[in-house]
Design a protein around this ligand. Structure first.
Ligand code: GRF
Length: 223
């Protein structure tokens, strides 16, 4: 059953191009989402300016303003809870969320990661793909669990690695794939099709097909 419109909070730390892709999808009426707040741990995150340009309220919760890690985690959770979101979208948010947070939003917490998970969790994914001579690289959207970049994968989008690629050229190509993939996955959530059941990502109540590099295209074609 559709959940639309869905209230969401988006967390950013940097450029916010994925946030922009989501905003664009909303403004083009392709995505029935209400972005209630954009929250950042960095006052200089460009994503905050993007949000402000589109009239979306912004909030900064900066870890440097808290004496202890737990105080910061609590402040962030309280700030997000105050917005009463049905969905929390991590879009280049560069802090690890604590277990309480992750459990609180289990099944309602999405992240996009710049690799074909389970390959290359963590940082430096583009350089690692190039160094290993991979012919395919890409991005994955997954439910967030306590394991860093280890939650159930929902969908992936692959791009070719070209001869002569460097981190800049490859990451630019992956970003384009991210900007298509993330709004589509969020659309499944909004439509009530996407759920985390017994630790598995499910679409229409069925486990997602094993993520292959074509999985996203195949599923998108049916939905
Ligand atoms: C993306 O590559 C995303 O996969 C990763 O952080 C980057 C954020 O980019 N989690 P942007 O801030 O959305 O431009």
């Amino acid at each position: 059953m559709s959940r639309a419109p869905v209230d969401a909070v988006v967390l950013v730390s940097g450029q916010g191009t994925n946030l922009q892709a989501i905003i664009n999808a909303v403004e083009a009426s392709r995505l029935d989402l209400r972005i209630v707040d954009v929250i950042s741990n960095r006052a200089d995150a460009n994503g905050l300016q993007r949000a402000a340009r589109h009239g979306i309220p912004t909030i900064i919760v900066d870890q440097r303003h808290y004496a202890a890690r737990e105080d910061f985690d609590k402040a962030l959770l309280d700030t997000i809870n105050a917005a009463k979101p049905e969905l929390v979208v991590l879009a280049g948010y560069m802090r690890i969320l604590d277990d309480t947070f992750v459990e609180h939003y289990a099944g309602r917490l999405l992240n996009i990661h710049p690799s074909l998970l389970p390959k290359y969790p963590g940082l430096g994914t583009h350089a690692r793909a190039i160094a290993n001579g991979d012919s395919l690289h890409g991005c994955s959207v997954h439910f967030v669990t306590a394991e860093l970049d280890g939650g159930p994968v929902i969908a992936r989008s692959a791009v070719a690695v070209h001869a002569g690629d460097d981190v800049a050229t490859l990451s630019a190509r992956v970003h384009l794939a991210e900007h298509k993939l993330y709004p589509e996955v969020i659309k499944w959530f909004v439509a009530g099709r996407l759920q985390l059941i017994d630790g598995n990502a499910t679409l229409d109540g069925k486990p997602m097909p094993e993520p292959t590099d074509l999985a996203f295209d195949a599923i998108a074609a049916t939905g």
